[in-house]
Design a protein around this ligand. Structure first.
Ligand code: COA
Length: 154
């Protein structure tokens, strides 16, 4: 049974994240969407809200479960007996950061591999921070995020 961890801050979860999780569920036995509790990015949404938005959204997805973690991602992956960390790649701007992250995770835990799924053309321009900005200025974000997120952003 192949379990993969799909980690993120999810501040908030977007259709881009959903696309990656849904496609991964076709490839692996179980996808754990892992919400980072105290992400270093000072998230705008509370941990409880970020978790609830993921739980509500993914409750109807087969083979996708939602969990949270605090501390090192590689330690969390080990606790779930998962050897694969999954990340989405939207384009060249994601590469530097993702290569750094996967390289350091690999050094910390040599048996842990990071796999990347290319974001779909329809979602590759979506970013959580731009979604927050549009919402703050009264724009309609329902095209970019699932209903559970759009409702909270309102
Ligand atoms: N489609 C659309 N947007 C996407 C996307 C996709 N497929 N994939 C990523 N994004 C966007 C997000 O919307 C977000 O946008 P923003 O930059 O505007 O906020 C951004 O990419 C990244 O956010 P997210 O996907 O939530 O992940 P993250 O980069 O915040 O996650 C952790 C980082 C949690 C994985 C990392 O900090 C971590 O592992 N922390 C635990 C501590 C640890 O182990 N540290 C050492 C690591 S070596």
């Amino acid at each position: 049974m192949t379990v993969v961890i799909y980690p993120g801050t999810f501040d908030p979860l977007t259709n881009g994240h959903m696309d990656i999780a849904e496609r991964a569920a076709h490839l692996f036995d179980e996808v754990i969407v892992a919400v980072a509790k105290s992400a270093g990015k000072s998230p705008q949404f509370s941990f409880e809200d970020r978790l609830a938005m993921c739980e509500e959204t993914f409750s109807v997805f087969n083979k996708v479960s939602v969990d949270s973690f605090d501390g090192l991602l590689v330690d969390y992956a080990k606790s779930k007996s998962a050897k694969i960390i999954l990340r989405g790649l939207r384009g060249a701007t994601d590469l530097d950061f993702e290569f750094q992250l996967s390289g350091m995770n690999k050094t910390l835990s040599p048996t842990c591999e990071t796999l990347f799924i290319k974001a779909s053309d329809t979602t590759s321009s979506i970013s959580s921070s731009i979604v927050r900005e549009i919402a703050a200025m009264g724009g309609d974000v329902s095209l970019f995020v699932p209903p559970a997120v759009a409702m909270r952003l309102k």
